[in-house]
Design a binder for this molecule. Structure first.
Ligand SMILES: Cc1ncc(COP(=O)(O)O)c(C=O)c1O
Length: 402
């Protein structure tokens, strides 16, 4: 028995079985690499679902966190702290918005966006109270709160956790602007969408889709809410994935994951001033949202993305890696999709599910994870080098082609 087995036994005994992780117990990490409790080294090609765009234990972010840990960690929003303004200013400048509202997890930021959209619906659009409708897409993933799973199209996420408010959310097919136009009513306040569906299987909509839905939202006075929790901060080769298309200006941008460089949960929504100021004291809050430690970490995490040109790296290396992956002659591959370093390899159903391939890749020293049944998701830290990608390619080739 290896050491990992003992750790796994304890985890299975004391922790809820709400995940199905690969059988590896990580105890140390640096950059793109992790080590398990038995001393084995792996290349991390998942980066904690894109939270680690800056790489594991990024020195600059850790340094900022350590400095702040000895100074001030939490004030709650009952009082101001000396870093909140600076963090908010930087995030506004980086994202191009007027104001932000900081939270912790991604799901909380989505909830925040939904609340703001509804408030706008009642206060500005004058939708009758408690009738606001929000349109969402099939295959969406926006988190796990009871409101959010209530509009999931994934049966397991939703089915046994109801009841849900009727008519609050309408599901339409993804990548179908006409379906959006058809679904809008006078009570529609918002359309919530991912520019690329990550959990859904790295589903990239047709080019022009986002611009089309943006135009439709404008035409019908509906807010466009973009969930860039997974696709943001360089993952797809642009700072935000919606920037792949010209002329798209979301009303609310939802961010999380890499905003913290994987050090702690940090999320936020960004919006124009008139919209954000609809929230008044008492409307919304969080004990930890905008805490000084998170602000210090967020400032450093944003700095690393900008100064280390991670967006450009993701674009160039993503194109290089995708091109290389597309040369693979494998009877198991149905399709390879990707933008930047956000890549999905879809496995043919007659080759079985994606998970056994991920397990074999793990044995080869490469960590990645299936999303849904058929897709292997590759999303390494954006600090990865060409040499490391070449190494990963050889492992993938071995597992998928031999
Ligand atoms: C697009 C998207 N939205 C929301 C979330 C939820 O974020 P969190 O797990 O931090 O609540 C995720 C997480 O994977 C995500 O990918």
């Amino acid at each position: 028995m290896v050491k990992s087995d003992l750790y796994i036994q304890k985890i299975e005994k004391y922790v809820a079985h709400n995940y199905h992780p690969l059988p590896i117990v990580i105890s140390r990490a640096k950059g793109c690499f992790v080590w398990d409790v038995d001393g084995n080294k792996y290349l991390d090609m998942l980066a904690s679902y894109s939270a680690l765009n800056q790489g594991h234990c990024n020195r600059k972010v850790i340094k900022a966190a350590k400095k702040q840990l000895d100074k001030l960690t939490l004030t709650s929003r009952a009082f101001h702290n000396d870093l909140l303004g600076e963090f908010a200013e930087k995030l506004c400048k980086v994202s191009g918005f007027d104001m932000i509202l900081p939270m912790n997890s991604g799901a909380e930021a989505v909830e925040t966006a939904l609340k703001l959209a509804r408030k706008w619906g009642y206060d500005v659009k004058k939708v009758p109270l408690n009738t606001a409708e929000i349109i969402v897409c099939e295959g969406n993933f926006h988190g796990r709160t009871t409101t959010i799973v209530g509009f999931s199209s994934e049966k397991q996420y939703k089915q046994k956790f109801g009841p849900y408010a009727e008519n609050a959310f309408k599901l339409i097919p993804y990548n179908n602007p006409q379906a959006l136009e058809n679904a809008i009513t006078e009570n529609t306040v918002a359309f919530l969408v991912e520019p690329i569906q990550g959990e859904g299987g790295i589903i990239i909509p047709d080019s022009g889709y986002l611009k089309a839905v943006y135009d439709i939202c404008k035409k019908h006075n509906v807010l466009l809410l973009l969930d860039e929790i997974q696709t943001g901060f360089g993952r797809t080769g642009k700072l935000f994935a919606y920037q792949h298309e010209e002329g798209v200006n979301p009303d609310i941008l939802i961010m999380g994951k890499a905003l913290s460089a994987g050090i702690m949960p940090i999320s936020a929504i960004a919006a124009r001033k008139e919209l954000m100021l609809l929230f008044i004291p008492g409307d919304h809050g969080s004990t930890f949202g905008g805490n000084p430690l998170a602000c210090a970490v967020g400032l450093a995490a944003l700095d690393v993305i900008v100064k280390e040109k991670l967006v450009q790296k993701s674009k160039t290396l993503g194109e290089y890696f995708l091109k290389k992956l597309r040369t693979l002659q494998s009877r198991h591959i149905k399709k390879i999709r990707g933008k930047g370093l956000f890549i999905g390899i879809e496995i043919k159903t007659n080759s079985g599910k994606a998970r056994p391939f991920c397990e074999r890749l793990m044995k080869e020293g490469l960590l990645c994870k299936e999303t849904h049944d058929q897709v292997i998701r590759l999303a390494p830290p954006l600090i990865i080098t060409k040499k490391e990608l070449d190494w990963a390619f050889e492992r993938i080739k071995k597992v998928l082609c031999e």
